[in-house]
Ligand binder design. Structure first.
Ligand code: UD1
Ligand code: CA
Length: 461
């Protein structure tokens, strides 16, 4: 049997979020809220139609051309949202209707919803869940025989109905023929002025059509996100899933509850992650690495056997065997070569650090091409900015830059050249030579004793 289509309702503003960002664009583990239900829908449906409204342009520009978008200009409720799609739907077949704010529903649950719907030959099948605390959800109201009568929203519940724990997840499977015939006749809810999709069920029942339900086994999957507290709770559930999948593939996490990894980040086996490590965006990590504690990688490619502790790296490449930190900051456009070492309190920006090179302590290196096996002494600074423009520096392989030197860009340090500690280099240094720019040392005899009003060493004897 062919896959049904899916309509995902995502036009609402999300007033209860109290934020300016449209609700479905709030990020969870690096992806918008809406992304998750789309992924689950993709696994079981042939085509996904997104109903958008609030923040429509932002939603479209994030999700791109892969989907069919239908705009609901005024957000008059879930029923009204689905009405907007009717002209684009075929007259027969099945339609999965989902909410954009239920990111935890997994593909398998939707698959089962479709299966139950087909088996029962129903006009509508509602995905339900049993919640310990059903507050805020529409409740499934059944008759004495246990058949669904209607769905009643929290606002309209009679006192006796408040204890009903079976809720509407907002996901349904519909027979298109029934939907096309009866959806246009939805009544407007008097107190809210909205058209509730849930009000379709009594209409179908009245027309002697079959309405069924299918219960989600794990009710936590049914969470609908309406405020920032629920958003954070869902994010932590998604993190658990992401971390569990990685650990099953051989990634070792000292404390998964304190490890924050975005959806889509790849990590090789035998990599060990210490607590308070955050891996974001398009980050990919190889095998046998040691990350953390307190490491933040954004859009970064990490080879095998890399160590990165208490450091931040963005849009850069760390090649095999590189060692970073503790307390290093690697800024965009950098590549740290094979077995290179970037040590504590070092900042690297838009620079290539050659294989085996070392920048171990208290340095800034920017806009620099550094060859292999270079040693930058403690406190060396590449002076790449003259107040107006940035300039490039190159440091040849095997060069040795003594502690606390300044390299005033643009400048080239030749292969195997030496720069004496404390030098300020303003001209190119030829390969194999020593550059030294310090003034000669002079010792003013007796100055200290005089200053301190003490006798000198001989007088003290
Ligand atoms: C809805 C259901 C409720 C269910 C709950 C599950 C109705 C009337 N209520 O309530 O029974 O328990 O979901 O989470 O259907 N939307 C639009 N256009 C609109 C209004 C909403 O596209 O005009 C979209 C929203 O963007 C959202 C989804 O529909 O993704 C659900 O809307 P929301 O306002 O969150 O409904 P709930 O009050 O949670
Ligand atoms: Ca909701």
């Amino acid at each position: 049997m062919e896959h049904p289509r899916a309509v995902i309702l995502a036009a609402g503003q999300g007033k209860r979020m109290q934020t300016s960002l449209p609700k479905v664009l709030h990020l969870l583990c690096g992806k918008p809220l809406l992304w998750y239900i789309i992924q689950s829908a993709k696994g079981v449906t042939a085509e996904q139609i997104l109903v958008i409204g609030h923040g429509a342009e932002q939603v479209k520009s994030y999700f791109g051309k892969e989907f069919l978008y239908v705009e609901q200009r005024q957000q008059l409720g879930t029923g009204h949202a689905l009405q907007q799609v009717l002209p684009d739907l075929p007259d027969r077949g099945e339609l999965l209707v989902l909410c954009g704010d239920t990111p935890l529903l997994e593909k398998e649950v939707l698959e089962r919803l479709i299966r139950v719907h087909r088996r029962e030959k129903a006009a509508a099948t509602v995905l339900t869940a049993r919640m310990d605390d059903p507050t805020g959800y529409g409740r499934i109201i059944r008759d004495e025989q246990g058949e669904i009568q209607e769905i009643t929203e929290e606002l309209h519940l009679a006192a006796a109905q408040k204890s009903v724990q079976e809720i509407n997840t907002g996901s349904y499977c519909f027979d298109l023929q029934a939907l096309k015939r009866y959806l246009p006749s939805l009544p407007q809810n008097i107190s809210k002025g909205e058209y509730y999709l849930t009000d379709l069920l009594p209409i179908l029942l009245k027309a002697d059509l079959k309405v069924c339900s299918c219960e989600v086994g794990d009710a936590r999957q049914a969470l609908g996100i309406n405020d920032c507290v629920q958003l954070a709770w869902a994010a932590s559930r998604l993190r658990e899933r992401i971390n569990a999948a990685l650990m099953r593939d051989g990634v070792i996490m000292i404390d998964p509850a304190a490890t924050y990894i975005d959806a889509g980040v790849e990590i090789g086996r035998d990599t060990v992650i210490y607590p308070h490590t955050i891996l974001e965006g398009r980050t990919k990590v190889g095998e046998n690495c040691l990350l953390g504690p307190e490491t933040h990688l954004i859009d970064t490619l990490v080879g095998d056997r890399v160590t990165c502790q208490k450091s931040a790296v963005r849009e850069s490449i760390l090649q095999d065997g590189a060692t970073i930190g503790p307390f290093a900051h690697i800024r965009p456009g950098s590549m740290i070569g094979i077995r290179a070492k970037i040590g504590d309190f070092v900042e690297i920006k838009n620079s290539l650090i050659g294989p085996g090179s070392k920048v171990p302590h208290l340095s800034y290196v920017g806009d620099t091409q550094m060859g292999s096996s270079v040693n930058m002494g403690a406190g060396c600074i590449v002076v790449n900015y003259d107040g107006r423009n940035k300039h490039n520096t190159s440091i040849g392989e095997g060069a040795f830059v003594g502690c606390n030197s300044n390299l005033i860009a643009p400048v080239r340090i030749g292969k195997n050249a030496f720069v004496a500690a404390g030098s300020t280099i303003t001209r190119d240094v030829t390969p194999g030579s020593l550059a030294i720019t310090r003034v000669k040392q002079e010792n003013k005899e007796g100055y200290g004793w005089r200053f301190l009003g003490k006798k000198n060493e001989k007088q003290q004897e």
